[in-house]
Design a protein around this ligand. Structure first.
Ligand SMILES: Nc1ncnc2c1ncn2[C@@H]1O[C@H](COP(=O)(O)OP(=O)(O)OP(=O)(O)O)[C@@H](O)[C@H]1O
Ligand SMILES: [Zn+2]
Ligand SMILES: [Zn+2]
Length: 733
């Protein structure tokens, strides 16, 4: 039995005896209440053994479900997730349940029901009965109305409004109608349709579709590598159609931020009434209704963010992971699963096809394709013969040298001016990750790096020092840039607000829309800004990473990247990958209509291979360069990485604990375990929510890391310390 409480020793399942009277009700997947020490706790039945217990056991107190919500397949996948991500099973199981049913809470969400009536007899019998109702005109009226409603039950309220309160009761007594509960679906997108008919496939799309369809029977994994605007989504939609035609169901995962109103209209329009949506922008009640719609088999397509990979689909034929490289597929709290990996595993177990789609595949997926572990299909061209936008890298060092210190380079300013003149739209992206935490040479653009880890050193105001957040190396801030020997080092930091102000100063007539964490706090604000932009109510959209993905606005002919190198300076070995993805994806928003697009990328590092490759739209060359670097340091995707994050309310407690942990792990390594230990080091976010954070990183093969992780779990951490295990983290902050 799995119990969802972080009790020491309760990480795995606990055993209980089943009293005689509960025996028929205790089944796999039902929830029960059991005593744990002095408390009553909820848990799931994950295994049932026959025969008398071999040792004295406490008894199950109450069985909470009449029907198990989890089947054996779900339990098996949950076990896999728990093992792969070092999470307690009790915290994995809730992922498979509708929201509001977490075991530690009472059922907080309920289905909403209306009382409703429908015919209890055949249509013919009902018509015949009409004749008998001459003396009961109200009842006759009500019955006629019900006969008109071929689609089913009518809410009692509506019937009463038409035929008076007593009519339904009369019909009920005659046995002509029956009362049914009508579940009210809370679906915020119910009325949304995109009426545009499906386009004719391009020859490339048709070929990819054919290849993929052929694999629907046998299952397996496909990487669909298609440039931006190549019509990947259309391929997914056609594949889903095929799956539905065969009586099976499909799941389509999209990153949270690309669940735009535009995308949702497109899906609802293609499969009217058959789509269930699941994402975090919906209320618990809305998600609850959508979950049950899937579970009852009323929806055969699930579109959702990360957690939709666990949707209660019975006969899975296809799982699509769109923008499979997106880091939002990784959950950043326990259980720290990666939805792309779960999708591949779930499809494998259910014999379904899994399609991973992206213009900028993760190194993990691309390597798997290179090694033949999955099938790669390609879309090399944009639809309708449109060309990829021309990308220009503007060297900000040169701009500075020539006396231009503004936010916008001359090239960007001119490009903006010409768009405004021609009434075309522009998007400006400001990447704020890693904001102001590094020091940059204003002359050569270099950033100070750790000599051991090849990651950017982070600047700490306190102590005016530079620190490596992987290995812990610390050094004073140099007087001059160590790379060129002359440049001054300074922190660089900007906000979207400043970009907006600068735009207004340079182009007072321009209509500017801004989208960032500040302007999108209200529910629906994100959609609203995009809709206004789509409707042409803005000339320039200024935003953070939020504007980089998935948007499809034909009016946009210019994309400007204010600071392409922010990711390159992150204290993260994935920095170059992030920079390549960001520039390629945001560039992909330009020139999607009939007018050709242009992209201006401002950078201090124009010679960096990730930016060079993005300019040439050349993923393979980026991949080859990046892999060499990953190989040299043994980083993923060539190995795995386990992060052990130690948190404690006192700084020295966290540091000491991380030290002890690293020592033990190094000791194990001497005993033959094949991994490297990096650290201990303070985490880049050294203090969060009043907790001090240190981490130790292990790099090596998956099995060895899992074994080390399990050993860490057995270990009793120091007083008031907590150790969080994160397998293959996407962020090391
Ligand atoms: N065969 C086609 N003929 C004409 N238009 C098409 C065709 N297929 C797709 N489109 C349209 O082209 C646009 C881009 O398609 P889509 O959004 O599927 O591209 P994508 O590959 O997912 O792009 P991205 O990776 O940039 O999000 C959409 O507006 C879509 O409706
Ligand atoms: Zn320099
Ligand atoms: Zn280091």
């Amino acid at each position: 039995m799995a119990v969802d409480l972080p009790l020491p020793g309760a990480m795995e399942s606990l055993d209980y005896a089943v009293p005689e009277r509960l025996r028929p009700q205790v089944r796999l997947g039902t929830r029960v209440q059991v005593p744990v020490r002095a408390r009553a706790v909820q848990g799931w039945v994950v295994a049932v053994h026959q025969g008398p217990p071999t040792r004295p056991l406490r008894e199950v107190a109450v069985v909470l479900d009449s029907e198990p919500l989890l089947g054996p397949e779900e339990l098996d996948l949950a076990r896999w997730v728990a093992a792969r991500y070092l999470a307690p099973l009790g915290q994995v199981l809730p992922l498979f349940l509708p929201p509001g049913q977490r075991p530690d809470r009472r059922r907080t969400v309920r289905e909403r029901h209306l009382r409703a009536y429908r015919l209890a007899v055949s249509e013919e019998a009902a018509r015949a009965a009409l004749a008998e109702l001459v003396r009961a005109p109200r009842q006759r009226q009500a019955l006629e109305f019900l006969l008109e409603q071929e689609s089913g039950p009518v809410p009692a309220r509506e019937l009463a409004a038409r035929a008076g309160d007593g009519a339904a009761r009369g019909l009920l007594e005659r046995g002509l109608v029956e009362a049914v509960p009508l579940s009210l679906e809370r679906n915020p997108y119910a009325g949304w349709r995109d009426p545009t008919p499906p386009p004719r496939l391009s020859p490339e799309q048709a070929q990819v579709l054919q290849e993929a369809s052929r694999r629907l029977e046998g299952g397996g994994t496909i990487l669909l590598h298609g440039v931006t605007g190549s019509g990947k989504t259309e391929v997914y939609l056609r594949l889903i159609e095929t799956v539905l035609a065969r009586g099976k169901q499909a799941i389509l995962l999209v990153p949270e931020i690309s669940l735009t109103p535009q995308a949702m209209r497109r899906f609802q329009g293609r499969f009217p009434g058959r789509v269930a949506m699941l994402h975090s922008g919906m209320s618990d009640g809305e998600r609850y209704d959508q979950w049950w719609k899937v579970r009852r088999g009323e929806a055969s397509v699930v579109v959702g963010a990360r957690s939709a990979v666990f949707a209660p689909v019975r006969d899975l034929g296809l799982v699509v992971v769109d923008e499979e490289h997106a880091s939002s597929y990784k959950q950043e709290e326990t259980p720290r699963y990666h939805a792309r990996e779960v999708a591949v595993e779930r499809a494998r177990r259910q014999g379904a096809l899994c399609v991973l789609g992206s213009a900028t595949p993760s190194l993990e997926s691309f390597l798997a394709a290179e090694e033949g572990r999955l099938v790669r299909l390609q879309l090399r061209h944009r639809v309708d013969g449109r060309s990829l936008p021309r990308v220009r890298l503007v060297d900000l060092r040169q701009e500075l040298k020539e006396g231009h210190q503004g936010l916008f380079s001359r090239a960007l300013e001119q490009a903006l001016a010409s768009r405004l003149e021609r009434d075309e739209q522009a998007i400006l992206l400001l990447n704020r990750r890693g904001y102001q935490s590094f020091l940059l040479c204003r002359e050569c653009g270099a950033v100070v790096e750790c000599p051991h880890c090849q990651v950017t050193l982070t600047y700490h105001k306190v102590g005016h020092a530079l620190r490596c957040h992987y290995c812990g190396t610390e050094q004073p801030v140099p007087e001059r840039c160590p790379a060129c020997g002359t440049g001054e080092l300074s922190g660089l930091g900007l906000g979207t607000q400043q970009v907006e102000e600068e735009l207004r100063r340079l182009f007072p007539a321009a209509r500017v829309l801004r989208m960032d964490a500040d302007t999108t706090t209200r529910k629906g604000a994100h959609d609203q800004i995009l809709r206004r932009f789509e409707a042409g109510e803005g000339d320039v959209l200024v935003g953070t990473q939020m504007v980089a993905k998935g948007l499809d606005y034909p009016g946009v002919t210019l994309v400007g990247v204010i600071d392409a190198d922010t990711s390159l300076r992150l204290p993260d070995f994935r920095g170059a990958e992030l920079a390549f993805q960001l520039v390629t994806q945001v560039a992909g928003r330009s020139g999607r209509g009939v007018l050709p697009g242009e992209v201006v990328v401002q950078t201090y590092l124009p010679e960096h291979y990730s930016l060079q490759a993005a300019r040439e739209h050349d993923y393979p060359s980026f991949f080859r360069r990046e892999l060499v670097y990953r190989k040299r340091l043994g980083y993923p995707p060539l190995s795995h990485l386990l992060r052990l994050l130690v948190q404690a309310p006192a700084a020295d407690a966290a540091e000491d604990e991380a030290g002890a942990l690293a020592r033990e792990l190094k000791e194990r390594r001497r005993g033959g375990a094949p991994y490297r230990v990096l650290g201990p080091a303070p985490a880049p976010l050294g203090r969060l929510k009043d907790l001090y954070r240190w981490h130790v990183l292990l790099v090596g093969p998956l099995e060895a890391l899992l074994e080390a992780g399990r050993a860490v779990r057995e270990r009793r951490p120091g007083r008031s310390c907590q150790v969080v295990e994160d397998m293959d983290p996407v962020s090391l902050l």
